[in-house]
Design a protein around this ligand. Structure first.
Ligand code: SAM
Length: 294
């Protein structure tokens, strides 16, 4: 593993503090009038219960629409969901398309929760999980038609190894679909950056990593405005929480996180976006110039 043990410990602690246990999710389903023993995948993802990407379910729809511009995948194809978290995006994919999904995450508790939720939704035949580091994938060359990676790359220091592994496990012509925040990250982001590894390249740097791995960029779609809308929704939800929950340590931390993202993205030039790239052969590499990415 290229991530050091201290950064894995920080990452595990960071994600264990995000309230996303199977119990809290089934309680939320119950409160919404859904049978918590037999939910559909969409009962979870449409309520943002299992999507921990920037923008949650609404962003999944956007990302899927952008990916569809590059073609969809068939029933015999497999998608790798890197940094699957508790599995929302993977279940969304399996629900929407006919192929199957393999989710990997470096934090074991995350794949355990993902597996439990997938079992609950009855999708276990088409979705499986492994604990693995994205910079050292336990799969053969060309194993996947698509690789999805939503808001994960930002945690990974060794970008060369990350994109090298993605290119290796993609079939020739296979598609990378990713979403992430671009750097540099200003001090406003400290509420999160002091708790977990956050290493964000600028967009031109990211494009160089992607291209250098043998992936040809197809699309870059800025999503900053939509991520800001998401943080607005979070802010509103937090103001509706009981005063005690808003005032406790966790409530104050969430407030600081939301303010940090909003300041970064609305005032300090921060950007988020969707990137798609296709794996090409070694003889077919070019650096693609995209608007606004000098
Ligand atoms: C913001 S969450 C996104 C989870 C999921 N993609 C989603 O959208 O719901 C980032 C995830 O990346 C995982 N992660 C971070 N570094 C990783 C690595 N080196 N290999 C695999 N997963 C990693 C974290 O454990 C976490 O679950």
């Amino acid at each position: 593993m290229s991530d050091t043990m201290p950064s894995l410990r920080r990452l595990s602690k960071f994600y264990s503090e995000i309230p996303s246990s199977v119990d809290t999710i089934t309680a939320a389903l119950n409160a919404a009038g859904v049978d918590p023993e037999k939910p559909n995948a969409r009962d979870l993802y449409e309520r943002d219960l299992d999507c921990q990407n920037l923008g949650a379910y609404a962003m999944l729809e956007r990302i899927a629409a952008v990916a569809a511009e590059d073609g969809t995948f068939g029933s015999d194809e497999v998608v790798l969901d890197i940094g699957c978290g508790i599995g929302g995006p993977g279940r969304f994919l399996a629900d929407r398309f006919s192929g199957s999904v393999v989710g990997i995450d470096i934090v074991p508790q995350r794949t355990e929760i993902a597996q439990s939720l997938t079992d609950l939704t009855g999708m276990g035949a088409r979705i499986s999980y492994r604990v693995a580091d994205a910079t050292d994938l336990p799969f053969g060359a060309g194993a996947f038609a698509q690789v999805w990676m939503l808001d994960v790359g930002i945690h990974i220091r060794d970008k060369r190894a990350l994109f090298g592994e993605i290119a290796r496990v993609l079939q020739p012509g296979g598609l990378l679909v990713m979403h992430d925040q671009m750097g540099p990250l200003p001090p406003a982001m400290r509420p999160v950056t002091r708790r977990a590894p956050f290493i964000a390249p600028s967009l031109p740097q990211l494009l160089r990593y992607v291209d250098g791995a043998g992936l040809r960029v197809q699309t870059w779609r800025d999503t900053t405005v939509h991520v800001l809308e998401y943080f607005d929704r979070m802010k509103t939800a937090l103001t509706k929480a009981p005063p005690q929950a808003r005032g406790d340590t966790e409530g104050r931390w969430w407030q600081a996180v939301i303010n940090g993202y909003v300041e970064t993205l609305a005032k300090l030039g921060g950007r988020t976006g969707i990137l798609t790239a296709r794996r090409v052969g070694d003889s077919d590499r070019t650096v693609v110039a995209l608007p606004g990415c000098a």
